[in-house]
Design a protein around this ligand. Structure first.
Ligand code: PEP
Ligand code: CO
Length: 446
């Protein structure tokens, strides 16, 4: 495959799974032309800086915290929802820095996580069949033809929402919000009420005194230390959209996807001769690929060879998602396979997507204990194999939702209906997310 020439359109020669079916090719092309002329959302400098940091995580010197919604929706592009997401990622990162004694790279599933793979192309209700909801970038969740027929104008709206979200993140990062001297700016309500509040406060006090100590030693403020940074990521599913944001930059060879810092290939679109792998093999960004049950060692070796032919540090993230019951048998052969190639990749654990179940009352949910168990097993397996678990990937929100069962407050099945908001996969709420960060530290920080 890699001997053929690549360009941003070469994926179109391959079978592309999970793509929207637009009624008018002409309308779609009109939108794509507009998108291709709009400015990029991120820069190649940022992308390269992230790659360097990911290389440190591969070596075990940094830790990747990737998290956010399963799917962002356009209506949630609002100040409180964005700030709460940043706050929970910031708070978790403080717990991880403190406990792991490593730098933490914060990557949101944010500012572009608008397209979803679905298990069926259509949905039928009361004898009416319509296209499945594929995320706000493609269509709407309501069960009517008007909402469900893919509308290319949504691509422009998605680009706009991503730009607004990023603009707000960048503005917050430039001001007091991102100042490590003022972690009180990140307090969510739970800090007052949660079972973990005391532990969190202790972390913040310790870190503040370390920061003061460093300043006394260094004499002045170091902007690298006392400011926090965020990167963005999304599943690069909608290949026409990704192609339109794929750009050359001055003074560098090659192409970057400048819609996001870190695009990843989903589990359902990772086949070797498919369109997604073809598109991803040509871009210079660091890229993620989900691996899990049913993938052979050969397939994973071929993915590594195709997506990172030059064995570039920080280039390739293998995001494993087996489920608590599958990881012990599934992960070791894949680690072996990569080790046999003599390659270093960044391994991270997504303990969410192999642990989804449906309750008797019809809620799609995940059990806190299964998520935690997969995560703990992942640390043990990597340690036993002489490999490094360099990060975690969560679906979470900074809000008080009730979508996953369990955690310190003992949320049960009956409690799910109070604030079940997701259109797609269930997320950890802010308390469950903090609890998970503390559990990571307990397991890995020794
Ligand atoms: C996701 O990350 O939301 C997702 C669909 O995951 P996966 O590709 O691992 O199933
Ligand atoms: Co999901």
């Amino acid at each position: 495959m890699s001997e053929t020439t690549w360009d941003p359109t070469s994926w179109q020669q391959r079978p592309a799974r999970q793509q929207a079916n637009y009624p008018s090719a002409e309308a779609l092309n009109g939108v794509l032309e507009q998108l291709a002329s709009l400015p990029p959302l991120v820069t190649s400098w940022e992308v390269e800086s992230l790659k360097q940091q990911l290389a440190a995580a591969e070596r075990g010197e940094a830790f990747l915290l990737q998290g956010g919604d399963c799917a962002e929706n356009f209506a949630d592009c609002s100040s409180p929802i964005i700030t709460n997401k940043l706050k929970i990622l910031l708070q978790m990162s403080l717990v991880l820095i403190h406990g792991l004694k490593r730098r933490v790279i914060r990557v949101g599933r944010i500012a572009g996580q608008y397209a979803k793979p679905r298990s069926a192309d259509t949905e039928t209700r009361d004898g009416v069949t319509l296209p499945s909801y594929r995320g706000d970038l493609i269509n709407g969740p309501g069960f009517s033809a008007a909402e469900r027929i893919p509308d290319p104008v949504r691509l422009l709206r998605g680009y706009g929402r991503a730009a607004m979200t990023l603009n707000f993140i960048r503005a917050l990062s430039d001001c007091g919000f991102a100042d490590l001297h003022h972690p009180e700016n990140w307090d969510l309500e739970f800090v007052q009420h949660s079972p973990q509040a005391r532990e969190y406060r202790k972390v913040v006090e310790d870190l503040s005194s370390s920061l003061r100590f460093l300043e006394i030693l260094g004499g002045s403020h170091n902007p690298e230390i006392d400011r926090v940074r965020f990167f963005t990521s999304h599943e690069g599913l909608h290949l026409h959209y990704e192609q339109a944001l794929t750009r050359r930059v001055p003074n560098r060879e090659g192409w970057y996807n400048l819609s996001t810092h870190l695009p990843w290939i989903g589990f359902r679109t990772a086949e070797l001769d498919g369109a997604h792998v073809e598109y991803f093999r040509g871009i210079l960004n660091p890229v993620g690929v989900k691996v899990g049950a049913g993938m052979s060692a050969d397939q994973v070796q071929a993915l590594v060879e195709t997506l990172d032919p030059d064995d570039e540090p920080g280039k390739l993230i293998l995001i494993h998602r087996f489920g608590a019951a599958g990881i012990a048998a599934g992960l070791p052969p894949l680690i072996d396979a990569v080790q046999r190639m003599g390659r270093r990749v960044l391994w991270i654990c997504d303990p969410m997507h192999g642990n989804t179940e449906t309750t008797d009352s019809g809620y799609k949910t995940r059990r806190f204990d299964n998520i935690l168990s997969e995560l703990e097993q992942a640390f043990d397996i990597h340690r036993q194999q002489g490999s490094v678990l360099g990060g975690v990937h969560f679906e979470l929100t900074g809000d008080d939702v009730t979508e996953c069962i369990g955690g310190a407050r003992g949320l049960d099945e009956a409690g799910l209906e109070r604030a079940y908001k997701t259109q797609v996969d269930p997320r950890l709420n802010y308390e469950q997310a903090m609890e998970m960060a503390m559990a990571v530290v307990r397991k890995a920080g020794r």
